[in-house]
Design a binder for this molecule. Structure first.
Ligand code: G1P
Length: 905
């Protein structure tokens, strides 16, 4: 088996025999809410939400286990029945032919083509699937050809229409089929369930599902109406026949007559079964069959959306538009020594867009949740989105702050509208201690990219529900009718600046400490599966990142002061958290008490009164707190094992015990604590060296793509988290978990450990792009399993961090309060044979293409910036960094691409 090949620089690729690899799936979606997945045999599913599945939901195991696919049968005279999707019992078993069908997959952003040729049946089929931009539909263009001889064919599309909530896959699967009302019209089949039975109760159904079909011979006369179906097989039971199945359909094997338009049937499972006229294709001829499946608000709505696509020209135009539109969203292009890496990065860049659409549910591995994303994912996906598509990001960031509670925790159920947060109906009071750390990280990147410090002073509301004191207590006075925003004693809606929201998040965290004076782990941190140390667990790893946030926010305030700003006003109660004595910092108990007294004050309402504080005082206060955290970790958590390796301990368990270091069951080391002590600068230069040596010794697995999340604890550690229940080497228990691995790479780059950082990113890339090992299409998955397979492809926060790392660290394209900074950290091997490396991107509303020229082939560390030119005009002198001021950028024309050439000498 060979891997895939890229066909162009946009990441379009082809793969031979794709069906010979298990668990492959590909996303097809649009911004209208259609979310589909498709496999090489056209399995997968299609839905618009948890309660609206057109095709039955699939998890990874159903990718090979389910017989109902987007099947397309062809009865070939004198040869027999053949599936153009390869989904027949005899094709699957390889029984029908001495020679396997030749298959080839081609795919690009949101389109998927499989070509299948059978010598024995004398036929070739090419099936392109896509989701048009403008409608709630999925379109299949099936072109049948007679490459070897004349053939007489009778095609039939056979796609089971599920038409209900994912809940019903087990819960009332049969009863919900009794709700089905199906009918045939001249274009296709409509499925209109009477009611829906799901978590919302029993309600009148409002979605009509349907399938429509047509055919067009080639050449096609302009203006000629497409051929409509010859008949229909709308009832699954009748189609499969007694003892038959969807991969062995007796109706077709026995050549049963299809029904005509005007047929009605109530209470049966529906098949999108479309029978086409028999026709003869002369050798070399082809004919295209179109199958449209989708959703409408009514029968008329579905049909009026679907009908235009029954014309091949219209569908092909829609396909071309979809292809163009998705590619336009990818406005970062890379050029390095490896063309394959550059193309692979296009898929990585596409992934944050996919996660915005699919949330963390709705692809086969992501078989949990009901759509939407969690709080941390929301903020981290913004990292990539703000780089690729800065417009609208300010609004998005600002509106997300409405999810923060006055106690520094936040709403975790995110509504469908931007900035909409919903109180947890199940009253789950889980608080993730890392949640407060991401908003500032993302907001800071935004401000650095744009220079828009004004965002910090825009006001927004706070979230309010019955949860109080960071999930530990309740606000018994709160009633649902009060709504979900925080009020003052006078019942007015309270608003504070974005800065105030950030301060509340960071300062409450500062005081929220456990026995070792590190921040409490609470419900978990980034590692969702560290969820069993609620009482006594502590996360040193995220304390480190909070420390860094406090320092960086302080520095940002100093910058504002330099720009002439003097004071800010903050909620009066917040001043409780601005105490500034060293003795208090050292006293964990006193800190927890102070936090409680603050949380108690803001439990039900706030005063609404604001007090002023000078920027310099506030900045100094924050920096002192941040540095105290850093020093505390440095002093207490640097550990060594008996073999002489040293690194930072990341956690304390629910028995108050340090987690890492020597252990009778084997050395225990976790990556998370290393990432954030490096990123925050807690680890001194020498310590970073020690950490990388320890990580190489205990966590690095070349054959699995790099750095594992932890060593094997050989223990079901119920005083830390459910992760220890997962098999070692999977998910959060010791897999190469891409998100943390990429952040490790990022941290190393930030600290100028370039070779080490590159090793992290390159081992991931090399493994993932080796299809024989990773067995996934291009892109980055959530993790790499112990057998090397990539799992949970596409919907992962690692994509955002990788894009960020490649652009801002490797290529060194950074923002500095709206100025453009170039600080390349490329290794010699990353420059092409002419010594060039290029990247193009948007910045400050302008398009740039930066070319680094390393003519002498110098290694990183040996080169520095020599001459630089903007649009061929020489700029500046030798320097470490290149800076283009915000003012200079604003003077540039916004309609053309500005070339920056940087000579490295
Ligand atoms: C997933 C979750 C993320 C969580 C991580 C570790 O990572 O989406 O919120 O922090 O698992 O538990 P992802 O798939 O985004 O890489």
């Amino acid at each position: 088996m060979k891997g895939y090949q890229y066909l162009d620089e946009n990441g379009t690729f082809s793969l031979k025999d794709p069906e010979l690899t298990g668990y492959l799936y590909f996303p097809l979606a649009n911004e209208k809410g259609v979310m589909a997945s498709v496999t090489p045999s056209l399995g997968g599913d299609n839905k618009m939400g948890q309660n609206t599945f057109l095709l039955a939901p699939v998890s990874s195991e159903e990718l090979h286990d389910k017989k109902g696919t987007r099947n397309f049968w062809v009865n070939i005279k004198e040869k027999g029945l053949w599936s153009a999707a390869g989904a027949s019992a005899w094709q699957e078993a390889g029984l029908f032919s001495k020679e396997k069908d030749k298959t080839l997959l081609m795919a690009g952003m949101m389109w998927h083509t499989v070509k299948r040729t059978s010598k024995e049946y004398g036929i070739e089929a090419e099936i392109t699937s896509f989701v048009p931009l403008a409608d709630t539909l999925e379109v299949m263009l099936v072109t049948l050809r007679a490459p070897f001889e004349d053939i007489t064919i009778t095609p039939t599309a056979a796609i089971p229409l599920y038409g209900r909530s994912a809940d019903n896959i087990r819960d009332h699967r049969h009863v919900t089929s009794l709700l089905h009302r199906m009918e045939t019209v001249k274009e296709g089949i409509l499925l209109n369930p009477t009611l829906t039975f799901d978590e919302r109760g029993h309600r009148k159904n409002e979605v009509v599902y349907g399938v429509a079909g047509s055919a067009e011979a080639a050449p096609h006369m302009e203006g000629e109406a497409p051929e409509l179906p010859a008949g229909f097989y709308p009832v699954i039971e009748d189609f499969i026949g007694e003892g038959g199945s969807l991969i062995n359909p007796r109706a077709l094997l026995e050549e049963k007559e299809p029904v005509k338009a005007g047929f009605h049937k109530d209470g049966y499972e529906t098949l999108g079964g479309i029978a086409y006229e028999t026709c003869t294709l002369k050798k070399g001829e082809e004919k295209t069959y179109i199958v449209v499946i989708g959703y409408g608000k009514s029968k008329e709505d579905f049909l009026s959306q679907a009908k235009p696509y029954l014309s091949k020209a219209y569908s092909e135009k829609a396909l071309a538009e979809a292809k163009k539109s998705w590619l336009e969203k990818l406005n970062i292009k890379y050029h390095t020594a490896s063309k394959n890496f550059d193309a692979w990065m296009q898929w990585v860049d596409f992934q944050p867009i996919l996660r915005r659409i699919y949330g963390c549910s709705f692809l086969p591995h992501h078989d949990y949740g009901k759509g939407g994303r969690g709080w941390r994912d929301l903020w981290q996906d913004c990292l990539a989105l703000l780089i690729m598509n800065p417009e609208g990001v300010r609004e998005m960031l600002w509106s997300n702050y409405a999810g923060v509670r006055a106690d520094g925790s936040n709403a975790t159920i995110i509504g469908t509208e931007q900035g909409e947060f919903i109180a947890d109906r199940n009253n789950i009071t889980r608080v993730w201690m890392d949640h407060g750390v991401w908003p500032f990280l993302t907001t800071r990147l935004y401000i650095m990219q744009t220079g828009d410090t004004g965002l910090l002073f825009q006001e927004n509301t706070y979230f309010k529900d019955p949860q109080a004191v960071r999930g530990e207590e309740k606000d018994l006075l709160w009633k649902a009718e009060d709504g979900n925003s925080l009020r003052t004693e006078e019942q007015a809606e309270y608003k504070g600046t974005v800065l105030e929201h950030v301060l509340i998040q960071l300062l409450t965290a500062f005081y929220d400490v456990g026995e070792h004076n590190h921040m409490r782990l609470r419900g978990a941190d980034w590692n969702d599966a560290l969820d069993m140390a609620k009482e006594r667990g502590e996360s040193v790893a995220f304390s480190a990142l909070y420390g860094q946030n406090l320092v960086q926010l302080g520095e940002m305030l100093r910058h504002l002061k330099e720009e002439g700003m003097e004071k800010v006003s903050l909620l009066e109660e917040l001043f409780i958290l601005l105490r500034n004595e060293e003795e208090l910092y050292e006293d964990g108990k006193a800190k927890a008490e102070l936090l409680h007294s603050y949380c108690d004050k803001v439990r039900h309402t706030v005063s609404g009164r604001k007090k002023e504080i000078s920027l310099s005082e506030l900045a100094e206060n924050l920096i002192k707190k941040g540095n105290w955290i850093k020093e505390h970790i440095r002093k207490t958590e640097w550990i060594s094992d008996s073999e002489g390796y040293s690194w930072y301990n990341s956690y304390y368990d629910n028995n108050g015990r340090r987690v890492e270091g020597d252990n009778p069951k084997g050395v225990r080391m976790m990556l998370t604590g290393q990432v954030f002590t490096i990123m925050s600068g807690i680890a001194e230069k020498e310590q970073v060296k020690d950490i990388t040596a320890a990580a190489d010794k205990y966590l690095y697995a070349k054959e699995l793509g790099g750095y594992k999340l932890n060593t094997d604890f050989h223990e079901l550690k119920t005083d830390l988290g459910r992760m220890f229940g997962f098999a070692y080497g999977s998910k959060e228990n010791g897999a190469v978990f891409a998100h943390m691995a990429v952040m490790y790479g990022n941290a190393l780059y930030q600290r100028n450990f370039i070779k080490e950082g590159y090793k992290v990113i390159n081992s991931l890339y090399s493994h993932l792009s080796d299809f024989e090992k990773s067995r996934i299409y291009p892109g980055i998955p959530e993790y790499i399993g112990d057998n090397g397979r990539g799992l949970y492809h596409y919907l992962t926060g690692s994509a955002s961090w990788l894009l960020l790392t490649v652009l801002t660290e490797m290529f060194g394209v950074k923002g500095d309060y709206g100025a453009l900074l170039l600080e390349p950290k490329l290794l010699k091997e990353q420059f092409d044979e002419e010594g060039k490396a290029e990247v193009s991107f948007e910045f400050g509303g302008r398009s740039f293409a930066v070319t680094y020229i390393n003519r002498e082939g110098k290694e990183f560390g040996e080169y520095h910036i020599g001459a630089a030119a903007l649009d061929k005009e020489p700029l500046g002198n030798e320097a470490e960094k290149f800076v283009l001021s915000r003012e200079a950028i604003q003077k540039l024309d916004s309609n053309s691409v500005h070339g920056i050439r940087v000579d490295l000498i």
